[in-house]
Ligand binder design. Structure first.
Ligand SMILES: NC(=O)c1ccc[n+]([C@@H]2O[C@H](COP(=O)([O-])OP(=O)(O)OC[C@H]3O[C@@H](n4cnc5c(N)ncnc54)[C@H](O)[C@@H]3O)[C@@H](O)[C@H]2O)c1
Length: 354
């Protein structure tokens, strides 16, 4: 079997511990042949862990992308360099995967999108909720009319990760590398899930704030300011006329990780809850108010990295998250960010017409 040879740029948490490498390890027809990181200590540790030869460990992403043993590029750095690395992959004609949010703003993502289309290079975005079993099943139910006409989408994604004792000013707390805080970090997934359910945003108004205004520098330990949002609330009107509210926080004192999608339609309510690893899905019938717990069938299970490897092999399906989806998501993030900054309602058309 010919294996897809993957080069990973950025061997941090998401690549090494949380998703990419653990998932590639479950996919038969791929292998990791090269890695890149500007942090030489991480490069050495991950290189040793994976058994990557010294001459396939790079500090400069351009060398990894040019490497003849790399068929496809997996970009898992912090946000500010996603697009420049992807542009280089397009120049080399290599399919790439890019973490969310795709970029720092709509303009740079649109330039990437146009360039990739012009050069006919395939691309994938790690909008991970599309590969989770419950949201896939939720989408199936919604698309197949379980709720009828949709009235309200209420989403909550709240965590305590901004309150971890002694947490340093990592890139997530630095606007020049992150773009924004929970708005683009957690917001990407939540906004994409709304689109994944078949809805499109028309306009948003949003607000945000910072509780932990300074943290120790990673390099010196000196106390330095934080300039990304700890919380953000997005109020959206969807093209269908449904209302959508998204609550995001990394300062939910007692909650490690809570995600809820509460959808109200003419036929009833669907409530999906993820709480620290436990999941449930409830349907309440609008007529008799009876509640029923639903379990997604096995066919809705998926592995994100497998979908990327499939895309490199020319296989995709209705769930595959491509650059187009990342671009649409970025438009909503930009609209919400501008709404926070200028304290006004912002339409998605305004973002796209800039
Ligand atoms: N899909 C998800 O559910 C999910 C979850 C967490 C993080 N993420 C995304 O993954 C990305 C990385 O997050 P993380 O938590 O792994 O961060 P991290 O800080 O643990 O890792 C990022 C790595 O990128 C490296 N890097 C930065 N610039 C580089 C460059 N120019 N060339 C090579 N390497 C470079 C850093 O040295 C670091 O090792 C972010 O875009 C984040 O939003 C996605």
């Amino acid at each position: 079997m010919k294996k897809v040879r993957i080069g990973i740029v950025g061997v941090g948490k998401i690549a090494v511990e949380w998703a990419h490498i653990p998932q590639y390890n479950q996919v038969e027809n791929c292998e990791i042949t090269a890695i890149c990181d500007i942090d030489e200590k991480k490069l050495r540790e991950v290189g040793d862990m994976l058994g990557i030869p010294e001459n396939r460990r790079f500090v400069d992403y351009k060398e990894l992308i040019a490497c003849e043993d790399v068929d496809a590029v997996d970009i898992a750095t912090w946000n500010s360099v996603h697009c420049e690395i992807a542009m280089e992959a397009v120049r080399a004609g290599k399919t790439f995967s890019i973490e969310k949010p795709v970029g720092m703003n709509y303009k740079e993502v649109k330039e990437l999108y146009d360039f990739a289309n012009e050069k006919n290079v395939e691309s994938f975005v790690c909008l991970s909720w599309r590969y989770r079993q419950y949201p896939r099943y939720l989408r199936y139910l919604v698309k197949n009319g379980k709720l009828g006409k949709l009235y309200h989408v209420y989403i909550r994604c709240i965590k305590d990760s901004g309150l971890w004792e002694g947490r340093k000013r990592e890139w997530r707390f630095d606007r020049s590398r992150a773009g924004s805080g929970v708005l683009c970090d957690l917001g990407s997934h939540m906004i994409d899930t709304v689109r994944f359910l078949g809805e499109e945003f028309k306009e948003v108004s949003a607000n945000w704030g910072i509780f932990i205004t300074e943290r120790p520098s990673e390099e010196t330990g000196e106390i330095v300011p934080v300039d990304t949002d700890d919380w953000s609330n997005i109020n959206g009107v969807l093209e269908s006329g449904a209302s959508c509210t998204i609550q995001l926080s990394r300062c939910a004192t007692t909650i490690p990780d809570l995600i809820q999608f509460e959808l109200y339609g003419e036929k009833g309510k669907l409530l999906y809850t993820y709480l620290a690893g436990e999941q449930s899905l409830e349907f309440v019938d609008a007529k008799d108010k009876k509640s029923e717990m639903l379990t997604p069938p096995d066919e809705f299970a998926a592995i994100q990295s497998k979908s990327f490897v499939d895309l490199v092999d020319g296989i995709e399906d209705e769930y595959t998250a491509k650059l187009y989806h990342g671009l649409e998501c970025q438009a909503v993030i930009d609209a919400a960010r501008i709404s926070c900054e200028e304290r006004r309602i912002v339409t998605i058309d305004e973002i796209k017409n800039v």
